[in-house]
Design a protein around this ligand. Structure first.
Ligand SMILES: *[C@@H]1O[C@H](CO)[C@@H](O)[C@H](O)[C@H]1NC(C)=O
Ligand SMILES: *[C@@H]1O[C@H](CO)[C@@H](O)[C@H](O)[C@H]1NC(C)=O
Ligand SMILES: *[C@@H]1O[C@H](CO)[C@@H](O)[C@H](O)[C@H]1NC(C)=O
Ligand SMILES: *[C@@H]1O[C@H](CO)[C@@H](O)[C@H](O)[C@H]1NC(C)=O
Ligand SMILES: *[C@@H]1O[C@H](CO)[C@@H](O)[C@H](O)[C@H]1NC(C)=O
Ligand SMILES: *[C@@H]1O[C@H](CO)[C@@H](O)[C@H](O)[C@H]1NC(C)=O
Ligand SMILES: *[C@@H]1O[C@H](CO)[C@@H](O)[C@H](O)[C@H]1NC(C)=O
Length: 373
């Protein structure tokens, strides 16, 4: 629950000071030295979870908490709350220092169920999209600076034309050092200027990773009454399972870096104290690496695998047939047929090449980097 609970709690923080301790980081870099370096994204990446889900043992995503993360072919990665205590979450191993985060997702239905797609840093800067399962008309936007959860005017709700639980929508965060924008399906809902976040003091400005998750704020055995109320009421797990589905993600780091370090950080939490180590990031290398093909293959739907195998066997069989024909025909009918059959063979070979190319470029796959116009 951790960070998610932290976000939700802001709303009721004044009522529930003790539960704030749940807001979580392994190493708070503003009062601790030696917090670990972070892998930068340092580029652009698209993850079409509708093709692959989120592969196990991924070097790019890390699953956390109790609960199932699976995938639905052609839909996306699914995050399921089936029983009390479930709060499946996935976080990126890459961080961005200012950047763009687009998520195409469908929120979970269900009283007390909270779906969320957020950016968060180790010193608890945070930019949020949140969805309450029982609210079919509004989405929530929020932000935090340095884990300051004092009730303020940070959270804002926006009316949607369609229920976020009924269909997929594109929720985008565009984050620079000067302002944060929240976009819904191509329309800007909100802009937060640096100076409007307590003169910048509460403005998110340290490297953040992507976190996707679902939890039951309405689980009375795990949450205080204020949280249950905020989340829309008590969750009845017999109504479940409750499923959030993420079709795709696009992430773009506005800093070209290999690594972000806290080495020069002080208590200010200022972006100017983040040490940027240049080079090509390991995560970006992994995303672009052809060895990713192995993961892509594993993650391919059964139908596609059969198709590719059938394609390969077919091409082989055709080639053998062609060879056979070639020998017989060559003797019997001379050069013309020979040439035609050779052309056929070449076409097959070209098709195989195209398959390979698509595999490598990640058309079928997991986390291809793209250049966007
Ligand atoms: C650092 O700050 C965090 C968050 O405010 C707090 O939980 C932690 O106890 C502090 N640690 C030290 C060593 O002061
Ligand atoms: C990321 O995409 C932007 C355009 O949206 C482009 O200007 C930039 O060069 C790309 N960066 C990388 C590393 O591909
Ligand atoms: C997969 O997701 C991408 C990006 O959101 C989308 O353009 C594409 O249409 C989706 N494919 C299917 C089969 O839904
Ligand atoms: C949904 O959220 C909006 C904004 O907070 C609120 O006005 C509305 O009453 C909520 N609807 C439900 C059904 O909770
Ligand atoms: C936390 O935010 C509140 C509301 O914006 C502000 O009044 C307070 O001074 C902030 N606390 C710190 C320690 O910055
Ligand atoms: C999502 O919306 C943003 C902002 O309107 C747009 O630039 C982007 O292309 C959209 N992304 C997807 C995957 O549809
Ligand atoms: C934020 O700054 C821009 C100019 O940089 C200004 O046009 C806009 O009105 C400001 N937004 C708010 C909410 O003050």
């Amino acid at each position: 629950m951790k960070f998610l609970a932290g976000s939700a709690l802001a709303v009721v923080a004044a009522l529930l000071p003790t539960t704030l301790a749940q807001t979580h980081t392994d190493c708070f870099p503003l009062n601790t030295t030696g917090c670990p370096d972070m892998s930068a994204l340092g580029g652009n990446a698209t993850f079409n979870f509708n093709n692959t889900g989120i592969p196990d043992g991924s070097k790019i995503w890390e699953k956390q908490n109790q609960g199932t993360i699976d995938w639905l072919e052609d839909k996306g990665a699914t995050f399921t709350v089936a029983r009390s205590g479930d709060s499946p979450m996935v976080q990126s191993k890459f961080y961005m220092l200012f950047g763009r985060f687009e998520v195409v997702m469908r929120a979970a239905d269900g009283q007390g169920i909270v779906s969320s797609a957020i950016l968060q840093s180790e010193d608890l800067d945070e930019i949020d999209w949140e969805f309450l399962g029982s609210n079919h008309t509004h989405c929530l936007t929020n932000y935090y600076g340095k884990g300051n959860t004092t009730v303020g005017d940070r959270g804002k709700e926006f009316k949607m034309d369609a229920a976020p639980q009924d269909d997929f929508h594109n929720y985008t965060i565009d984050w620079t050092k000067d302002r944060i924008q929240w976009w819904l399906d191509g329309n800007m809902l909100r802009q937060l200027n640096y100076s409007d976040a307590l003169g910048g003091k509460n403005y998110p400005q340290t490297p953040m990773n992507v976190r996707l998750g679902i939890w039951a704020g309405g689980d009375t055995s795990h949450n205080d009454p204020g949280v249950v109320e905020w989340a829309g009421g008590k969750t009845n797990f017999d109504d479940g399972p409750f499923v959030m589905t993420v079709q795709s993600i696009y992430a773009q780091d506005y800093t070209s870096a290999a690594t972000y370090s806290w080495a020069d950080m002080d208590s200010s939490g200022s972006w100017e104290k983040v040490k940027v180590i240049t080079g090509k990031s390991d995560v970006l290398k992994e995303i672009e690496s052809p060895s990713g093909v192995k993961n892509r293959w594993k993650a391919l739907p059964q139908g596609a695998k059969i198709g590719i195998i059938a394609g390969a066997i077919g091409a082989f069989a055709l080639a053998m047939l062609a060879l056979l024909f070639c020998c017989i025909k060559q003797r019997r009918a001379g050069r013309r047929e020979h040439a035609a059959l050779l052309a056929e063979e070449e076409k097959d070979a070209a098709e195989l090449q195209e398959y390979k190319r698509q595999m490598q470029s990640g058309k079928f796959g997991f986390g291809s980097t793209v250049h966007r116009i």
